[in-house]
Design a protein around this ligand. Structure first.
Ligand code: NDP
Length: 343
């Protein structure tokens, strides 16, 4: 029988710094009757993205934001995979599994345009549409091939290397580009060993007191290309090891997302070593999303991309969805952090 109500997380108060226990509230609401062109989706998997922290920032300027901010009183936005359980859409049928912005909810009624594509199933992967063939994989592709234009003769440095985007970037740089040397930066020795196991020639722990010296040693020279996911002190150290005329692709700066912005004394290196910095957003390659996913799927088939262990899947009750998301900011994931909704 079709459900009559939904449990849905609402932004209660937009945070300035750390997320608080009252940043979100869980509401039980009656599900509206479907109108023409709408679908009712049962949410199965939720994507956890550092960017969601930016979307809820208090006082963010909509003119400068790349997507509409989520204001207090609005449902929390999140990508997800779910099953269509009722449909008045000519595009999406009951029983189909779909990927789109489903939000933090157990059931959700959406206009058909909110569904981006049919979910991708891959053997051995729980939620491929969110992980190895998801937005994070496309972001890594954009950074490595298009923004940084990595070549076999390059030494490539990647921060956030044990995360969803970073672990894909490491594998593309090593196994697809065939870059001369690929070095990761991650938090802790265990994560670093994992980054090496998926293809990095070396991985350096940014929490180690000798991080800067270790980084220089691991690179065995300077980096031609730097894929930046972290910002702050990691970027500061990286500035000093990028080759003259080298290039930095800025994908993300998670270290600043909870209101902690580090000063960047290393920025002078941009001048003294004529570095190029380019920020990029996966939204810009959205029209080619399907084509890029096909390419990545091809590399997976050829064994160039490791599929197992590419996700940290956390079975979570709807009541605990915000807690699972916050694991991202404590480094409690390897590869993509996926919430699996359970009753
Ligand atoms: P991750 O899977 O990398 O998860 C976050 C990781 O960041 C954690 O596991 C942790 O790893 C690290 N981290 C968390 N807090 C801090 C901190 N304070 N300082 C340093 N490291 C921290 O997330 P994603 O792969 O989804 O995203 C990675 C980056 O890419 C983010 O900055 C995100 O905003 C960005 N992004 C950008 C996109 C674009 O279009 N430009 C699209 C998608 C993502 P560790 O244990 O190693 O510290």
């Amino acid at each position: 029988m079709a459900p009559t109500e939904q449990k849905i997380w609402i932004v209660n108060e937009n945070p300035i710094a750390e997320v608080q226990p009252d940043t979100f509230r869980l509401e039980t609401r009656p599900l509206p009757a479907l109108k023409d062109g709408e679908v009712l989706v049962q949410v199965e998997f939720i994507s956890n993205d550092p960017a969601q922290r930016g979307w809820i920032q208090k006082g963010s300027d909509p003119e400068r934001a790349y997507v509409k901010p989520v204001r207090a009183g609005e449902p929390m936005r999140a990508g997800g995979v779910g099953k269509v359980v009722d449909s008045k859409s000519s595009k999406w049928k009951t029983g189909q599994r779909v990927y789109g912005y489903l939000g933090w909810a157990d059931y959700v009624v959406l206009p058909e345009a909110s569904i981006m594509m049919e979910a991708i199933d891959l053997p051995g992967v729980t939620a491929a549409s969110l992980s190895v063939l998801g937005m994070v994989a496309v972001t890594a592709y954009q950074g490595i091939f298009e923004v940084l234009d990595c070549k076999p003769e390059h030494t490539v440095l990647v921060s956030g290397a044990a995360g969803a985007v970073g672990s894909a970037a490491i594998q593309y740089a090593k196994h697809v580009v065939g870059a001369k040397r690929v070095v990761g930066i991650a938090g802790g020795p265990e994560k670093c060993r994992w980054v090496e196991s998926i293809g990095a020639d070396a991985c350096v722990d940014y929490k180690d007191p000798n991080f800067a010296a270790n980084l220089k040693e691991a690179l065995q020279g300077y980096a031609d290309r730097y894929f930046e996911n972290v910002g702050g002190q990691v970027l500061n150290a990286a500035f000093r090891v990028i080759k003259r005329y080298g290039k930095i692709g800025i994908c993300g700066m998670i270290s600043g997302y909870n209101g902690k912005i580090d000063p960047l004394p290393g920025f002078f290196e941009v001048i003294s070593n004529r570095l190029t910095i380019e920020g990029f957003l996966v939204l810009d390659v959205a029209p080619r999303y399907g084509e890029i996913v096909q390419k990545i799927a091809g590399w997976a088939k050829e064994g160039k991309i490791k599929l197992d262990e590419s996700e940290t899947v956390v079975p979570t009750k709807i009541d605990d969805v915000p807690q699972t998301w916050q694991r991202l900011f404590r480094g409690e994931n390897r590869g993509k952090l996926v919430t699996q909704l359970v009753v």
